[in-house]
Design a binder for this molecule. Structure first.
Ligand code: IPM
Ligand code: SF4
Length: 419
């Protein structure tokens, strides 16, 4: 009987012939610790008690991203602690102020097809766009991983999601994943793998594919996987990565569920307060007044996100009285968007450009919402209190929808744009 990508990757990393449901010790190729759930939580305290220390520091990546730039002394202390801990243990792969960890992991070449990448952040699953078994784990589990170089995992069953057809103009990958979440639900894929295939997936850039795998966890999924194709190969070559073993699901692999969608008939989607699966067509919600628009995060702050937003606002001004915050998902995206003029176009429209950070997305600093305010955001979570006041409302949408809406100060359908 054929195997899925998950079964093949975990079989290779365990040395066993595994199938969905099996539990096995699996070697971990890259362990990512972020500043919020990394060293400062149990790990620094208990690691010295383990005779092993860190099994292989080359496999450990530490990224300060939630508290950078620090907005309080406490946050600065956490970043300093994370930095000092990494230095004490000789960890070369330490990054700070570079942007959200998942974007940094991909950009710095730490996510490789056919490998197991585990991180102390739930959106680690974004790495599945590069054909890696990438997933979030807790701090205690991470302590075991860095000291043993392995962990035990149950091989997940796989839900196959096929997106056929081709996206209409201004309909994006974010709309595809919001529509998928609407059908599967915020817990419908608990401990499953979701494999995304189809012409509309293949047509996406790697940047855009990452918006989809990033939100696999918003359906409860362990991993979100996509095939390694020539676009992924080019992305990796650009990072100097040429040798790896990519795995592909067999034609006769077994799936626990198969969902098929048509991208050609998809319209812009929006997740309404206060659940990520409270998804509706924008045209059913539009005209709702919005106070703050946010273009950023590891879900919607990549270059192609900024570029489509800049193309929409070019030569225009955002609505009076609203805020349009833009935070590139990494330092290198910031540089590229600065050099290309994309950031300048956004700024000229009235956007406020912020440093690459998690802060706005997770309500730790920058862009906090006051009571009764509404935010339309390209990020991935909209639960109560996520971005500031518990009396604020957060709507999740694509970069095109956020940009088109910022021009009007209300939720607007980008497909209504007159060229
Ligand atoms: C690390 C943690 C605070 C959280 C996560 O694990 O995803 C955060 O990054 C988020 O997006 O909610
Ligand atoms: S940008 Fe948001 S979703 Fe991504 S890692 Fe940071 S806090 Fe989490």
């Amino acid at each position: 009987m054929g195997k899925t990508m998950s079964e093949k990757i975990l079989s290779a990393k365990s040395g066993l012939d595994l199938k969905a449901g099996d539990i096995a010790w699996v070697s971990v190729d890259k362990a990512m610790l972020d500043d919020i759930l990394g060293p400062r939580v149990q790990i620094a305290e208990h690691l010295p008690k383990l005779s092993t220390g860190i099994k292989n520091v080359d496999n450990v990546v530490v990224i300060s991203d939630h508290y950078t730039p620090p907005a309080t002394v406490k946050q600065a202390e956490i970043v300093k602690f994370t930095r000092d801990w990494s230095k004490e243990y000789g960890i070369q792969n330490y990054y700070e102020f570079k942007g959200p960890c998942h974007q940094v992991m991909a950009e710095e070449g730490h996510v490789v097809p056919g490998t197991v990448v585990l991180g102390t952040d739930s959106h680690t699953c974004m790495g599945g766009a590069l054909g890696a078994f990438a997933s979030g784990v807790g701090s205690t589990e991470m302590l075991g991983i860095i000291s043993q170089g392995k962990t035990w995992l149950k091989v997940p069953e796989t839900i196959l999601v096929e997106w056929a057809g081709s996206l209409p103009q201004y309909v994006m990958a974010k709309d595809m994943v919001l529509h998928t979440i609407k059908h599967i639900g915020h817990a419908g894929a608990t401990y499953k793998a979701i494999e995304f295939i189809g012409d509309a997936i293949d047509a996406l850039s790697v940047d855009q594919r990452m918006a989809i795998t990033n939100m696999a966890v918003e359906m409860g999924a362990k991993v979100g996987l996509m095939r390694v194709d020539e676009k992924v190969e080019m992305y990796l070559q650009d990072k100097g990565i040429f040798s790896y073993e990519a795995f592909y699901s067999d034609p006769d692999a077994t799936y626990c569920q198969v969902l098929r969608f048509d991208a050609s008939s998809l319209s812009p989607q929006v997740a309404c307060p206060h659940e990520v699966d409270n998804v509706h067509d924008v045209r059913a919600i539009k005209d709702k007044a919005i106070d703050q628009f946010y273009l950023g995060s590891c879900t919607g702050g990549r270059y192609s996100d900024l570029e489509i937003a800049a193309n929409i606002v070019k030569g225009k001004k955002i609505a009076k009285g609203v805020r349009f915050l833009v935070s590139p998902a990494s330092q290198s995206i910031w540089e590229k968007a600065s050099q290309s003029g994309v950031l300048g176009t956004l700024a000229k429209s009235g956007a406020t450009i912020l440093a690459p950070t998690c802060g706005v997305c997770v309500g730790l600093h920058s862009g906090l919402l006051a009571a009764k305010e509404r935010c339309l955001s390209t990020s991935n979570r909209n639960f109560i209190g996520r971005m500031g006041s518990t009396e604020a409302e957060i709507y999740l949408a694509s970069p095109a929808t956020v940009a088109a809406s910022a021009l009007k100060g209300i939720i607007a359908d980008p497909c209504d744009i007159k060229e």
